[in-house]
Design a protein around this ligand. Structure first.
Ligand code: UD1
Ligand code: CA
Length: 455
């Protein structure tokens, strides 16, 4: 028996109601294109082959998904969901099973797809749900014993059928042999003159196949996106779920509705997150981390007992234990802060390491620098790392003291326990334990008279 699993993802729709130059499946939810959500879920259920049916904006969609291994099939005319799957038949293995998914139904879970696959024991399984308002959706017709007979579309349904509240999600797991057998025989003799994929259900029933149906754990898993309101509604539902997952792991949110998770957050115990914090990409937080209001933390690893004060921006930063950062600090890519470091307000760090116990407390820029342990980087002191063309390194050894408003013109090295006087422009290396002063001498003119205005 051949066990290969294929996914067929329908993504040919234009998404007119989005009012966008972008194809619908490239609209983003939690900072990620809708189609990428589906592809990542497929990846986590070990799909062997992924076929994407595209139409509108094909090149744009292909370019955006270049990182994935996909088989692209163009559907030049949108003649219905059945037609969309039919155009994949040349690429569809003859054996194995297929999951049929949609590029604009982004949040179906890996667990649901695994259950759906397992439920396909006789050729076909489908994902259905009983809802309060089934209007517009295909209805599941069952016989007295509860066996599925057919799916009837809204526009083809009589009054009795319209009263049915069990709806078709459109997501199925079907044996490829059945798709090869049934799809060439679809007709468009219906209210919408479309080739309905749903018609394969009655074809299978006629062949004596018992179709099993399962429900998703969450309703949002089968919700599609057709307009901006639906996109925003799905975003909120998804955020609520991500926040609840983190609460279960012990995170305290000041307000669970005022935080956004656009990626993956891994946490230790007793993390506190204040309002309006945004996480992006892969973020790891240690135990007892406090993040105050308005911080944006992207692709960063943060150790234990770290305190991040309001309005800090992190991008690819690595922070050791017991560090204190902010308010208003900007940690740019390749910032590494060792344990017990302290960054204050209006401090920007880029591609630099700050050693254990060191402090950069006020109004500083540190770029392309290695700062040792127990260094004090005074208020307003900066590294001048850029000569207009090249970036140069600054090294500051342990226990150095960099005076207020000093400029360290790179490449330059400050020796251990050296002192740089306030306001100095340092262009030459400073040896250990030395004091370096590089500034104009103070001049005094006694009894000086300022100019006076003539009357
Ligand atoms: C379909 C189901 C309906 C189900 C509903 C769930 C059929 C006939 N009906 O209806 O039972 O309740 O989904 O949302 O399948 N697409 C293509 N090419 C096409 C047509 C559609 O790629 O030629 C894609 C669209 O981009 C869209 C999806 O398939 O993402 C659904 O198509 P649509 O025609 O909107 O189906 P529904 O009317 O929603
Ligand atoms: Ca339709």
């Amino acid at each position: 028996m051949n066990n290969t699993l294929t996914t067929i993802i329908l993504a040919a729709g234009k998404g007119t109601r989005m009012q966008s130059a972008k194809p619908k499946v490239l609209q983003t939810l939690a900072d990620k294109p809708l189609l990428a959500h589906v592809l990542d879920t497929c990846h986590s259920v070990n799909v062997d082959k992924t076929i994407v049916v595209y139409g509108f904006g094909g090149e744009q969609v292909k370019n955006a998904m270049a990182d994935y291994q996909l088989t692209w099939v163009e559907q030049t005319e949108q003649l219905g969901t059945g037609h969309a799957v039919k155009v994949t038949l040349n690429e569809l293995p003859v054996e194995g099973k297929s999951l049929i998914l949609y590029g604009d139904v982004p949040l179906v879970s890996a667990e649901t797809l695994t259950r759906l696959k397992q439920a396909n024991v006789s050729g076909m399984s489908m994902l259905t749900l009983t809802v309060d308002n089934p209007f517009g959706l295909g209805r599941i017709k069952r016989d007295e014993q509860g066996n599925i007979l057919a799916i009837v579309e809204q526009k083809d349904a009589d009054e009795q059928e319209q009263a049915i509240r069990e709806i078709n999600s459109g997501i199925y797991c079907v044996d490829n042999a059945l798709l090869h057998k049934y799809l060439p025989n679809l007709s468009n003799d219906n209210a919408q003159q479309e080739y309905y994929l749903t018609d394969i259900v009655k074809m299978a029933v006629a062949d004596g196949i018992v179709i099993s149906a399962i429900e998703p754990e969450h309703e949002f898993e089968i919700e599609g996106v057709n307009n901006r309101q639906q996109l925003a509604s799905l975003e909120r539902q998804w955020q609520t779920k991500l926040v609840e997952d983190l609460q279960v792991k012990g995170v305290q949110f000041a307000d669970p509705t005022r935080v956004d998770i656009r990626g993956e957050v891994t946490v230790g115990q007793d993390v506190f997150v204040d309002v309006n914090v945004v996480f992006k990409g892969k973020v790891t937080l240690g135990n007892k981390v406090t993040i105050e209001a308005g911080c944006i933390i992207k692709d960063s690893q943060i150790g234990d007992d770290v305190h991040i004060k309001p309005y800090c921006v992190f991008d690819e930063a690595e922070v050791g234990n017991e560090a204190t950062i902010g308010p208003f600090a900007h940690l740019r890519p390749k910032t590494v802060l060792a344990n017990n470091t302290k960054l204050g307000n209006f401090v920007e760090i880029k591609k630099s390491t700050i050693g254990e116990g060191s402090k950069v407390n006020h109004l500083s820029y540190v770029g392309d620098a290695q700062i040792g342990a127990n260094v004090n980087f005074g208020a307003g002191a900066i590294t001048c790392n850029y000569d207009g063309v090249n970036k140069h390194q600054t090294t500051v050894a342990d226990h150095a003291f960099i005076g207020t408003n000093a400029c360290l013109v790179a490449p330059v090295t400050i020796g251990s326990a050296a002192t740089v006087g306030a306001g100095s422009v340092i262009t030459k290396n400073v040896e250990e334990n030395a004091l370096a002063i590089g500034r104009g001498r103070q001049v005094q003119k006694s009894n000086y008279k300022r100019p006076e205005k003539k009357k």
